[in-house]
Design a protein around this ligand. Sequence first.
Ligand code: 1CP
Length: 358
Amino acid sequence: MTVENTTHQGRRLLRTLNGEAVWPPPVWLMRQAGRFLPEFRAFREKANFLTRCMTPDIATELTLQPIRRFAMDGAILFSDILILPWAMGQSLDFIENKGPVLEPIRSESDLARLNPRRVAEVTAPVMETLSRLRRALSEPVGAAPANSVTLLGFAGAPFTVSCYMVDGGSSREFAQTRLMAFSEPSLFDRLIALLTESTVDMLSAQIEAGAQAVMLFDSWAGLLPPTEFRRHVIAPARQIVAALKARHPCVKIIGFPRLAGIMALEYARETGVDALALDTGADIKAIAAQAPPGLVLQGNLDPISVLAGGEAMRREALAVREAGRGRAHVFNLGHGVLPTTPPEHVGELIATIRNIDT
Ligand code: 1CP
């Protein structure tokens, strides 16, 4: 239980990520910046998704919207995991009701066209957004006091980003990607290595620009069998954690190996992440009983229960909060907030976690 820096004092999320058992736990929600808020949807008409990510004025505003309404303990940068392949030169479109569409990477020559040296320049506006956010959060934002909100940067983990790059968009199976991992292992290894290195550079730049902790989203990690999981999920995450800690010894890293099941604890142990984000299906009570005491847990309320709201949501939320009692736990969902969630339900959820009667 160490607090490395007294400037963490008011930041309950950062204190928790440093291993302190804070009660009630800090709370933020995956995909809180966006789709479920009417004030976000108003911006949708003004600019397309990539423009929103790349315009510091807009991205700053979209990051702060949920903080103004709900004073969460964490503000996650408004951006996307697919900004990295796009910054390397892969074509990317976000199509309404369909999701991302990329020109797939299937061969040596497709891979050779990617240029990681462009990333720093192309993502400069994202770093500008982070420094504006750090300044904004040093003042009160809505009901959140000055310096109370932790600024989170993020990236997709190499395997999950490769899924979109190789399959060319959303999928439930990502069969092309998994096929490449088995049938062209050397090509796939090089793609993962390229993503691993660029992810280190991009997250490092985010930290230098003001992110106080970073999260690595491996949303499709659970599609891989154990051997491939170790090779394409655990090994790259271990390299990313080691490289980031070498450059920024104090930075806190949250890993999210979604759907990893029984492999989640091995992931945490082998990668050295500070916090393990649990998906909806994980039994947080059982994992809390088995996890080493120094491992921070994050999660894992079912987003559907927030859509349902009312007593069902409160009961489930309090059970998750209780499972984390006595250890460093960051209250969150097991996956992103669903776009159709009524904002009042989120307000009730935050109040429930903070023991405020509504
Ligand atoms: O306006 C719109 O319709 C765009 C919707 C949208 C938004 C708001 C997309 C497209 N991305 C985002 C923002 C985003 N994406 C954030 C910002 C901060 C936040 O509120 O959390 C983050 C952290 C992400 C991360 C992300 N993007 C992930 C990992 C987390 C997860 O949900 O599993 C993934 C897989 C993506 C890819 C992506 N981006 C957008 C879509 C529609 C998709 C595809 C999702 C899928 O395949 O199901």
